[in-house]
Design a protein around this ligand. Structure first.
Ligand code: FES
Length: 212
């Protein structure tokens, strides 16, 4: 449940219960896959990136193929217009839910050097763009460095666009908070939530270098 719905459930429990009950019980004949594909169309049409990030993975889990998800995105075009459809394709790309491009060129190799250690302030999240995608660089202290894949471990949104709390970063989509020294999810209700994906890296001759 999102932070906003949790807030509503706490402050307007009757309204929230009825609202959630409507969502739960109103659709009876459609299977989950069809429902989630339609939700993709509606989320794009009303312009909610958060909703698209929520329902595109659900559609995949319910058995939709990446081609079918792309079809749903394109079906939003008459109502949503080109810009919202293109924005949706960017989100699907981040979620790795786009079908492969036929005969695509192999991705260029990424430079393993992220920068001089001294370029990264201690206890301050920094993002570095690489050919293979953005990474988060974080120095817990003078000598060590941590590098993480930029994607939230929940639904792969960009944490470089998240809320920087210094030693923690908060995802803007469903507000999971990650400790940058350990990569662990620390809230809300962190039990069982996956950590950030750590990228192997070391300091070599004063440079932060990706090793894996
Ligand atoms: S995408 Fe859900 S918390 Fe980040």
């Amino acid at each position: 449940m999102s932070k906003a719905l949790r807030y509503l459930a706490a402050t307007r429990p009757e309204a929230a219960t009825n609202l959630l009950g409507f969502y739960k019980h109103s659709v009876q004949a459609l299977d989950d896959k069809t429902r989630h594909l339609i939700q993709i169309v509606t989320k794009i049409s009303v312009g909610t990136e958060r909703g698209l990030r929520q329902y595109a993975p659900k559609a995949l889990k319910a058995g939709a193929t990446k081609e079918e998800i792309l079809d749903a995105v394109l079906m939003a075009f008459p109502a949503a217009g080109l810009n919202k459809v293109l924005d949706a394709i960017v989100v699907l790309n981040e979620l790795e839910l786009l079908p492969e491009v036929p005969d695509a060129e192999p991705a260029p190799a990424a430079d393993p050097v992220l920068g001089a250690l001294t370029d990264f302030p201690i206890k301050k999240m920094q993002c570095v763009s690489r050919a293979t995608g953005d990474v988060i660089v974080y120095r817990p202290d003078e000598t060590s460095v941590k590098v993480y894949d930029n994607h939230c471990s929940h639904a792969r949104t960009s944490l470089c666009k998240g809320i920087d709390h210094g030693e923690q970063v908060e995802c803007r989509i469903h507000n999971w908070v990650f400790d940058l020294a350990s990569g662990k999810c620390v809230g809300p209700d962190p039990a069982g939530k996956p950590s950030l994906r750590e990228v192997p890296a070391e300091v070599r001759d004063g440079q932060v270098v990706v090793t894996g």
